[in-house]
Design a protein around this ligand. Structure first.
Ligand code: 16G
Ligand code: MG
Length: 542
């Protein structure tokens, strides 16, 4: 390591005095103007991680669904997964080191992580459409080069596309070709193969309206859409030509406000969906004939997908295990439906893709989705081999099911939730089953739910257990929540410190919207009183 060169370059990417940031659930995220030094340093870190793993590492510049003024960065590990937890700590140390300590911290990390400094390093970089992203990704490149790493800058990519590229490169192309074209081809050929049967029935020229949150999803879908037409025709809205990124649109807006985005024309019973700003989340929705809005969130997406997979597995009859992974935010009705009607085992993990991903790897086929629309399906190596074999050798019906399963799995991004691939899987299943969006929605009825935010002086005073469903600290808060929950029917509530914002999140559900709102308000008040609330007290009726 040429530490003198690092010191010299680092001056050009100076850390603002006193700024402390943390590598959170989704990497570093804050106002773009505070991130230059972090980008440079993540370039450095990516080189060390690449040397240590002897693999290509990814760096993605994005702040996902956050406002356009924000930005962020996360590292992608060799198998296209989120950065390992021990390296999250290294990332935090490196980002917060004062200028003069930077060389020492680099040496420390290299020693602690037993990095072989003589190894070559290779880093691939992607970025979203934020105005600040290009400059910030240049700072990443500066960091990579000063430590002698090689790099390839993919430029504009969705987050899942960058994860895909990393995995392709580290699997010697076995997972796919590490180009945007390769990504389109992999997904679209699986989609076309899978839907051949449905679309040639002739009943369907299917149109889907997509709100692209004025983000990268619009560019990539526009490039891709001719690959799967005429079977599926997608109409893009909020494509970034006019509106601001994530402003009054996108998956996060639709899910949290439970209303349609601006900038999309919805006619009764038309199927619509929204991506988030870096296209790793998707939610569906429609207006019914009475003009009422219906949201189909990640839970209902998981239900559609897992019931289809379960049918295929029954057909194959080879005892492959299927599991669904959710978080505490999953609507109670979805969990009940999956467990009691579909008889599929359901597990709950902490919020954040890495936790769900990890759990889903325990099954032959692991379906994981957050209610916010982030999710995918993972297939174990053993199951893959078995399915491939069945697709070749077994008798007709079994072979058909195995082939279908093979195509579905090819369609899913195995590295992380991917709005584009999820969309294609959903469209394929709806077409194959001949389901309308209303029929899908009618699988079960969501319990009314409400999410609120509470400002506290220090959100770390709250700690939780049981996949964030129970508070252990501060004392008395869980008892207070228990007492409040008891007042309502079909009720449930939990609180947790956000991993991405300086707030505490409150979730409540109950038998009616009115009761849900009361419960959410009362729990917010308990948090405010028992966990050091600051600013305005929570208000009834918000
Ligand atoms: C990040 C996570 C998302 C999670 C959200 C929770 C990834 C790639 N993204 O966006 O999964 O739902 O954070 O945010 O892991 P919160 O901690 O502020 O509620
Ligand atoms: Mg995102």
């Amino acid at each position: 390591m040429d530490l003198d060169a690092v010191t010299k370059q680092s001056v050009l990417h100076a850390k603002p005095d006193g700024l402390i940031l943390q590598y959170g659930t989704a990497g570093f995220r804050t106002k773009a103007e505070h991130l230059d030094h972090v980008m440079f340093r993540m370039g450095l870190l990516a080189v060390l991680r690449s040397k240590q793993t002897k693999s290509t590492i990814g760096v993605m510049v994005t702040a996902s669904h956050n406002p356009e003024e924000d930005n962020g960065v996360k590292l992608v590990d060799p198998l296209g997964e989120m950065l390992a937890a021990s390296w999250e700590e290294h990332a935090t140390c490196l980002a917060n080191a004062e200028e003069q300590h930077l060389p020492r911290v680099l040496v420390d990390i290299s020693e602690k992580a037993a990095v072989d400094l003589h190894q070559d390093a290779f880093v691939v970089i992607g970025r979203d459409t934020r105005p600040s992203s290009e400059r910030l990704s240049q700072s990443v490149i500066d960091g990579v080069t000063v430590l002698g790493g090689q790099f390839y800058d993919y430029g504009l990519l969705t987050t899942p596309q960058l994860h895909y590229m990393v995995f392709c490169r580290n699997s010697n192309g076995q997972y796919g070709k590490a180009t945007v074209e390769g990504y389109y081809q992999k997904l679209s050929s699986a989609f076309v193969e899978l839907t051949k049967q449905a679309f040639c029935r002739g009943d369907d020229h299917r149109t889907l309206k997509v709100d692209c949150a004025n983000g990268i999803g619009a560019l990539k879908l526009a490039e891709m859409k001719h690959y799967f037409s005429p079977g599926l025709s997608v109409q893009l809205f909020n494509d970034g030509t006019k509106g601001k990124l994530n402003h009054l649109c996108g998956a996060d807006f639709v899910k949290s406000h439970q209303k349609p985005p601006q900038g999309i024309e919805m006619r009764a019973n038309e199927r619509c969906c929204s991506f988030d700003g870096d296209a790793d989340r998707i939610v569906y929705y429609y207006h019914d004939a009475d003009g009422q809005f219906h949201l189909i969130d990640g839970d209902k997406i998981a239900t559609l997908i897992s019931s289809f997979l379960k049918e295929l597995l029954l057909e194959i009859g080879d005892g492959l295990s299927l599991g669904v992974v959710q978080t505490a935010y999953a609507n109670g009705s979805s969990t009940r439906y999956l467990e009691e009607v579909m008889k599929v085992p359901v597990y709950c993990t902490k919020t954040g893709v890495k936790h769900l991903h990890h759990k889903a790897q325990e099954f032959d086929i692991g379906v994981y989705f957050e209610a916010n629309g982030h999710g995918t399906v993972l297939l174990s190596k053993a199951a893959e081999t078995k399915i491939k074999q069945l697709a070749k050798e077994s008798e007709d019906e079994k072979r058909k099911a195995a082939k279908m399963l093979e195509n579905i799995i090819d369609l899913f991004n195995q590295t992380i939730g991917d709005a584009i691939s999820d969309m294609l899987v959903i469209e394929a299943i709806l077409a194959l089953k001949g389901l309308t969006v209303q029929q899908w929605d009618a699988l079960y009825t969501d319990l009314p739910n409400r999410q609120l935010k509470v400002k506290v002086a220090d959100r770390q005073v709250i700690s939780t257990t049981d996949a964030e469903r129970q508070v252990v600290k501060p004392p008395g808060l869980q008892e207070a929540i228990n007492d409040l929950v008891k007042k309502y029917r079909l009720s449930r509530a939990f609180v947790r410190p956000s991993g991405t914002e300086d707030i505490v999140r409150v979730y409540a559900e109950a038998d009616s919207q009115e009761n849900t709102d009361s419960l959410a308000y009362e729990v917010s008040l308990a948090v405010f009183q028992l966990a050091g609330g600051i600013g305005e007290r929570p208000q009834r009726g918000f």
